[in-house]
Design a protein. Structure first.
Length: 99
């Protein structure tokens, strides 16, 4: 996406994490803490922190206690999943519209 087309108003990462935590019935610190493989809320957080907050993978990794490569791998996996899982994609779009 060209720089001039990027969203001008970025969301605050703390608010995005809080919204995801509430939706999944988790505490924000649980989403930010590593160690749970296949944790959908964490993957959604990585996706939205990049997409809606404009954070780099390095910044996301630092915030979540993982390396930028791991953040990038999870980013790719959730993007691929959203192509296949239309229900999850619609749920995320709904959250974005409401937030």
């Amino acid at each position: 996406m060209p720089k001039y087309q990027k969203q001008v108003v970025k969301r605050e990462p703390e608010k995005v994490i809080a919204k995801i935590a509430k939706t999944y019935g988790e505490k924000p610190e649980e989403i930010l803490r590593g160690g749970r493989k296949g944790f959908e809320a964490r993957d959604v957080a990585i996706y939205l922190l990049k997409r809606e907050c404009g954070l780099s993978l390095k910044e996301i990794g630092k915030r979540m206690g993982i390396g930028s490569t791991a953040a990038g791998n999870r980013w790719v996996r959730i993007k691929q999943r959203l192509v296949k899982d239309k229900g999850l994609a619609q749920k995320i779009e709904k959250w974005i519209m409401v937030a």
